[in-house]
Design a protein around this ligand. Sequence first.
Ligand SMILES: [Zn+2]
Length: 446
Amino acid sequence: MSRDINNKFWDEELETLPREELEKRQLEDLKEIVKFAYENAPYYKRSFDEAGVKPEDIKTLKDIQKFPFINKKTQRDTQGVGSFLGELAAVPEDDVVFISTSSGSTGVPTMSPFTKKDFDEFQDTESRWFWQIGMRPNDRYVHALNFSLYVGGPDVIGAQNLGALCIWGGTLPSERLLFVLKTYKPTVIWTSPSYAWQLGEKALKSGIDPKKDLNIKKIIVAGELGGSIDATRKAIEDIWGAEVYDFYGLSDIFGACAAMCEAKDGLHIAENHILVETIDIHTGEILEPGEVGELVFTTLRKHARPLIRFRTGDIGRIDNTKCSCGRTHGRIHILGRKDDMFIVSAVNVFPSDIEAVIREQDGITGEYLIRIFERDFTNKYAVEIEKNSDNPKTDEEVAAEVSAALKARIGVKPARVVVHPDGGLDTRSEHKSKRVIDERNLEYVI
Ligand SMILES: [Zn+2]
């Protein structure tokens, strides 16, 4: 399909639907997908029956609130049960053309299956986001995201379908990536925010001024919060002399859930694919748009594995007011993860993983303190522990042991391990010990 490159919309009718009409379409799709899930996915049949709800109960969008939540654990518990795809899947394996999987750094990796139609719609949505930030067929695009198993890998097809010249960069070493940027002069690149910053710094150190010697006009970032933090985004923009846009995908759904527009005031969510609710983190009570809570997504059109009321674990708020760009789809503002999870070198780290290592280690008390901090826009973590008084090893030896054990378990070693004598940590004094101290920009923290 050829589009007028001067039209700011990829699909003008869809993107500017009056809210009433958008919600009418959502309701039609919701009715269909809930029925489809109930009739084809064993898990939903069982859980809806147990909750005493049935697909016919959906008469308005709000009726989704009668249905039970699912979460990551539901995915893990049902995966591989009864069939390869498991009990949440609603189609036979033969209808599935692609699966992506989560990193699985904290347990069994969960897979996300796509039918051909699911996959094509995923890519059409991605094309829409690329178009939204101004990518056009005359752009050259470098996709510098991991291709292996990662749901963000195939997003490059969205750019290709749009007509841009695509370079499948993947996770190239920096030197080679800079060579590509210098030689082919691409105009758009997608990478993580911390890497965008590091790459810019690396370029400067090697005598390349990204502003003068390269031709990058737009940088898409995802996978970390940085792109939604004004200071981080502006720092990247300053190095590159380019516009930075934050995108948001979920391995559980697809790589194209939401994206910034030129207003850079939250991320438009593909409301034709995803019905968003916000709930109280602790009570599960449903919140009003604008209130901060856990985002709960219902996939409206994904048939391989519909997710009905999936608790994303992401904390944020939804804004359904019309954006200055003219799009009517609501925007989400993501503030962080519900858990204390933090990301170091693109690895998801949970304090509970660290605790598990500390508690297993001989010669230390098991008391610990985790400090999460930021250096050069990259997350780091440090661990403080206590050495047993009868431990003959030096502090350095103990620190090295703990550091190696953490690296082995988690995949990334701490920036430092501080060894205190027995009783040297303050963690026991409080009723409920605070063992994680987040020293990053407060905007990261809820
Ligand atoms: Zn907008």
